[in-house]
Design a protein around this ligand. Structure first.
Ligand SMILES: Cc1cc2nc3c(=O)[nH]c(=O)nc-3n(C[C@H](O)[C@H](O)[C@H](O)COP(=O)(O)OP(=O)(O)OC[C@H]3O[C@@H](n4cnc5c(N)ncnc54)[C@H](O)[C@@H]3O)c2cc1C
Length: 298
C-alpha cells in the first residue's frame, strides 16, 4: 500500500512527490508525459529555471527524485479512482490496481483549441496565453489580443506594462460601448469580425485572417481558449468544482484538500488564479504533499 498516489507527474505532482519522498513516505506518481506548456520552446519566470525548455526542467526534476527510494515514477495513465480515505484504489491503463491512503490529483488542464486553421499549430510559439511567460522577449512590439470575454479588459490593462502597441481582435464578441471607449482612450484599436485563419511566418509574426476586412499581421498574438481538466477522474467522485471564466477547476481548501477527505489537488487543475504558472503549480504541489503527509501523522 502506498501512502500517497499522485496522478499527474509534472510541476505540481513532482513537487508534491519531492516533499513526500523527503518525509520518507511511500509514493507512486502516475504520469502520461503531456504537460500543458509542452508546446513552448522555453519556460519563463521560475526562479533558477528561467528560459529553459519545460521538458528539460521536468527531466531534471525526475532525475533528482531518483535519489528517493520511496518514490516510484510510473509512465502510465490513471483510468479510475475509487474508495475512501486510508483505502483508495487507482486503476491504471495497464490494468493494474494500486492502493493508497491519500491521493493527490495534479493532472492539469487541457487547452481547447478553437476550430480555426493555423491556431493549434501556432499555440505556444506565435500564439501564447501569458505575458509573464512570454512578454519580455517581445516587449515594445506589436501585440494582438483575441478577446475572450469581460476578463480580456484586464489583459489590456496588464499588457501596457510590456507594450503600447496592442490591437484587440473582437472575434465575434460584442464588446460593450464603455469598454470600447476605454480602449480608445488607451490607443488600443479594435478589429471587429471573426478570425478565420492564422497564417504563420516562423515562430512569431502571425497574420490574422478575418471574415471581414483586410488581414492583419502582428508580432505576437495572445489568446485564452477555454480549457478543461485533462482527465475526468474527479467526476464520478463528485468532487466540488469552481467555474472560472476559462473553465472548471477543482475546489480545494487552504490545505489543498478537495471536498472529499483524503484527496488533495494542486497545479492548474485547482488554481483559480491567472495566469497559469509553473511556480504556482510547484508551490501548490509542495503544499499538497506536506498537508497529505501531515494528515497521516498518528
Ligand atoms: C503555451 C503555454 C506556455 C506556458 N509558458 C509558461 C511559462 O513560460 N512559465 C510558467 O510559469 N508557466 C507557463 N505556462 C503554464 C504552465 O504550463 C502550467 O502552469 C503548468 O504546466 C501547470 O503544471 P501542472 O503540474 O499543474 O500541470 P501540467 O504541467 O499540465 O501536467 C499535468 C500532467 O498530468 C498528466 N496527466 C493527465 N492526465 C493523466 C492521467 N489520467 N493519468 C496520469 N497522468 C495524467 C499529463 O500528462 C501531465 O504530465 C504555459 C502554458 C502554456 C499553455
Amino acid at each position: 500500500m502506498n501512502d500517497v498516489i499522485i496522478i499527474g507527474g509534472s510541476f505540481a505532482g513532482l513537487a508534491a512527490a519531492l516533499q513526500l519522498g523527503r518525509a520518507r513516505r511511500k509514493v507512486t506518481v502516475l504520469d502520461t508525459g503531456l504537460p500543458r506548456n509542452r508546446f513552448a520552446g522555453h519556460s519563463h519566470g521560475m526562479l533558477g529555471h528561467d528560459h529553459k525548455p519545460p521538458l528539460d526542467i521536468l527531466a531534471e526534476a525526475r532525475r533528482q527524485l531518483a535519489r528517493y527510494s520511496a518514490i516510484s515514477l510510473v509512465n502510465v495513465r490513471a483510468d479510475k479512482v475509487s474508495g475512501g480515505i486510508d483505502d483508495f484504489s487507482v486503476l491504471t491503463a495497464d490494468g493494474e490496481s494500486l492502493g493508497a491512503r491519500r491521493l493527490i490529483l495534479s493532472y492539469g488542464v487541457a487547452d481547447q483549441m478553437p476550430d480555426v486553421p493555423g491556431f493549434a499549430e501556432s499555440w505556444g510559439t506565435s500564439i501564447v496565453p501569458c505575458p509573464y511567460c512570454d512578454g519580455f522577449e517581445v516587449a515594445g512590439q506589436h501585440w494582438g489580443l483575441v478577446w475572450s470575454g469581460p476578463q480580456s479588459h484586464n489583459q489590456v490593462r496588464l499588457f501596457h506594462d510590456w507594450t503600447d502597441r496592442l490591437t484587440v481582435f473582437a472575434d465575434g464578441h460584442d464588446i460593450p460601448p464603455a469598454i470600447r471607449a476605454d480602449l480608445e482612450r488607451r490607443n488600443t484599436p479594435i478589429v471587429d469580425g471573426r478570425i478565420t485563419e492564422i497564417a504563420r511566418h516562423g515562430d512569431h509574426n502571425p497574420t490574422v485572417k478575418l471574415d471581414s476586412g483586410p488581414d492583419m499581421a502582428v508580432d505576437i498574438l495572445f489568446a485564452h481558449p477555454r480549457n478543461k481538466p485533462a482527465a475526468s477522474l474527479h467526476e464520478p467522485l463528485g468532487l466540488a468544482t469552481l467555474d472560472t471564466p476559462l473553465g472548471i477547476i477543482l475546489k480545494v481548501d487552504e490545505r489543498r484538500e478537495t471536498s472529499m477527505p483524503g484527496i488533495y489537488a494542486a497545479g492548474d487543475l485547482a488554481n483559480p488564479l491567472t495566469p497559469p504558472s509553473v511556480t504556482l503549480a510547484s508551490s501548490h504541489g509542495a503544499m499538497a504533499g506536506i498537508f497529505a503527509q501531515q494528515s497521516m501523522l498518528t
